[in-house]
Design a protein around this ligand. Structure first.
Ligand code: ATP
Ligand code: MG
Length: 599
């Protein structure tokens, strides 16, 4: 391709809309343009990158016997109602774009395809003899993200590879899951990414294994907690650890302590010399559901601990199975209640609350009471007295009130000891989630009645797995990991072009003739090559070549008469060298002849 025909528009300055480096570089280097928040045009250079990533994905999917397909993006609401996700995805988190067609039918624009693919499986898969099966597609997904940002990292329209597998039993699901794990590692490695696998939150589905692949980068939105020995790594949403040991409270009967205006753990501890680990803090929350009255939630945590909201949402969902989708959990405020509540002085023994009649649905269920082990394990503790300006010292579970149901709700923190080996301490790193593999079990097949006849002739629900890769996010993550002050440094395997020939002076017929000859010979060797034939100054062309990040640059300049050229290795480390044109060509063919070919 000739750069003069490429519609290449590069920007000298960082666009105001971009915050992180990869986003700035992709805009500046002419890879994409924003149409609206989270909605981007993928320009021809980026499209080539996405095609190269997709080609690698396709090869690795074929290697694990996954079949490519293409499923509808317009999806009937009814299907999502049957799986129980319509309300959560529309009214709740509101991530699904939805619309009503001219026949007054509700439709959603696919944010993901579990429903559609399970419906197909229900129709097509009837016998164990057809199993296992794995389908995948590479397609645009739509998600009305609350905070679309960082360019392709969190788009509202983005490209995903999603795969779904169906099995006769759990063991077979596990084998495919393991094979996908291997395929994913190969995909990220082949794309030139440094990615780590971490334990991930499985959502409210419970029990099932799930693993995310994180590209480590400062700009990542996810926090990874990992042990230095490499044996444990998890998304913070899911991570577990041993909290610091609590300082025991001196023995003695439970007594009341005057604590005027001491509404925070810090103020309380400062005033009376307690250690935060001697206290129990009580959080009062309101959970709203799609199909049930809102419910008050009382959470007890040790005073020095922080709540993990993902763990709480999972715990609440699991305990309210008939409430429909969990829409949100918000702090419970005085406005929600009839009668005074001693906020700042709450204790675990708080009686069920008079929820305000204006919110009549909320009056129905008693408080859901949960305690994190860090609080449950305290023998005696300091807590609010449920009276303004008073706390209790030396309270005990059983005496004060029954111990609530114990469930892990605390956020693990860097520096804490690991469960598998307490001498190991969690270290934090930031990551960009580029993939997620998941053992779904039978959640969708049961809801949508995707059943088959097993070897014994009995009817049962299919076992399912699902496996996603954010193809467009991956492309930008590659830039986040591979750039320098001058621009992008694409890994060769996913670079839009492998070689760029720069004609230093387009006025010089000798230079033009040699460049054209090399261009033709590289094309003939099957190498993706760009020819910068623009009538620009050499410096401008060099800057653009660095910015767009083509791995190899061949400069045809003053040495053209003697058939010498300069070869620059942008992505690797060999720097600039003067060579004869033939030697340069031979080196390129040897080094990138195979991997640089068009997908
Ligand atoms: P996140 O936690 O980042 O929102 P997710 O858990 O919603 O991701 P999945 O539903 O598992 O993501 O989707 C599969 C993959 O699609 C993710 O691993 C990610 O790489 C990509 N992805 C998800 N949401 C977006 C988005 N808004 N823009 C670009 N890529 C995305
Ligand atoms: Mg998401």
């Amino acid at each position: 391709m000739r750069v003069s025909r490429l519609m290449l528009v590069t920007l000298r300055d960082d666009p105001a809309e971009a915050e992180i480096t990869s986003h700035k570089l992709l805009l500046r280097a002419g890879y994409m343009r924003r149409l609206a928040p989270g909605i981007f045009a993928y320009l021809p250079l980026l499209w080539r990158v996405l095609q190269k990533v997709s080609a690698i994905v396709r090869e690795e999917m074929a290697a694990v016997d996954a079949l490519e397909t293409l499923l509808p993006q317009l999806q009937p609401a009814d299907l999502w109602r049957r799986s129980g996700r319509w309300d959560g995805y529309t009214a709740g988190e509101g991530i699904m774009f939805h619309l009503i067609d001219r026949q007054e039918r509700s439709l959603g624009l696919g944010p993901t395809h579990e429903e559609v693919v399970t419906e197909l499986a229900a129709d097509l898969l009837g016998s164990y003899r057809q199993l296992p099966v794995c389908l995948y597609q590479i397609q645009t997904k739509f998600r009305d993200e609350i905070r679309p940002r960082f360019g392709l990292m969190r788009g509202r329209e983005f490209i995903m590879k999603d795969a779904y597998s169906f099995h006769a039993d759990e063991a077979c699901l596990r084998r495919t899951y393991a094979a996908m794990d291997g395929a994913y590692r190969r995909i990220f490695e082949r794309c030139g990414l440094r990615a780590v696998a971490v334990e991930a939150d499985s959502g409210a589905i419970g029990g099932s294994a799930s693993q995310e692949f994180m590209v480590t980068a400062e700009a990542g939105e996810d926090l990874i907690l990992a042990s230095p020995d490499g044996r444990y790594a998890a998304n913070q949403e899911r991570a577990v650890s041993l909290p610091a040991p609590a300082v025991p409270l001196p023995a003695g009967p439970c007594r009341t302590l005057a604590t005027p205006d001491q509404t925070s753990i810090e103020e309380l501890c400062d005033a009376h010399g307690f250690d935060p680990t001697q206290t129990v803090k009580v959080l009062l929350l309101l959970a709203r559901f799609a199909a049930a009255p809102a419910r008050g939630v009382l959470v007890c945590l040790r005073g020095d601990q922080l709540l993990n909201e993902v763990k709480l949402a999972n715990a609440v969902t699991a305990r309210c199975p008939d409430a429909g989708a969990l829409l949100e959990i918000v702090p419970l405020l005085a406005d929600h209640l009839d009668g005074p509540v001693p906020f700042g002085f709450l204790g675990p023994h708080l009686v069920d609350l008079p929820l305000r009649q204006a919110d009549p649905r909320a009056a129905a269920a008693p408080l859901l009471r949960l305690a994190d082990p860090s609080a449950a394990e305290l023998e005696a503790f300091v807590c609010g007295a449920n009276r303004v300006d008073e706390h209790l010292v030396g309270a005990r579970w059983g005496e004060l009130c029954p111990l609530p149901e114990v469930v892990d709700l605390r956020a693990a923190q860097p520096g804490e000891r690991c469960l598998h080996d307490p001498s190991q301490r969690l270290e934090a790193a930031r990551g960009i989630e580029v993939g997620h593999i998941f053992q779904l079990g039978r959640k969708y097949s049961e809801a949508l009645e995707a059943r088959f006849t097993n070897e014994a002739g009995e009817d049962e629900a299919l076992w399912m797995g699902c496996y996603g890769i954010g193809v467009s996010r991956l492309a930008q993550a590659a830039v986040e990991q591979n750039h320098d002050a001058d621009g992008i440094r694409w890994p060769v395997a996913i670079a839009p072009y492998t070689v760029i020939i720069v004609i230093a002076s387009s006025q010089d017929p000798v230079q033009v003739a040699l460049a054209e000859e090399l261009y033709g010979r590289l094309l003939g060797a099957g190498i993706d090559v760009l020819l910068d034939d623009r009538p620009e100054r050499a410096g401008v062309k060099f800057k653009d070549a660095d910015l767009i990040g083509i791995p190899w640059r061949l400069v045809v300049g003053r040495g053209a008469g003697e058939r010498t050229v300069e070869l620059v290795d942008r992505s690797g480390g060999t720097g600039k060298r003067d060579l004869t044109a033939d030697a340069a060509l031979q080196e390129l063919v040897e080094r990138v002849g195979l991997q640089g070919a068009s997908p």
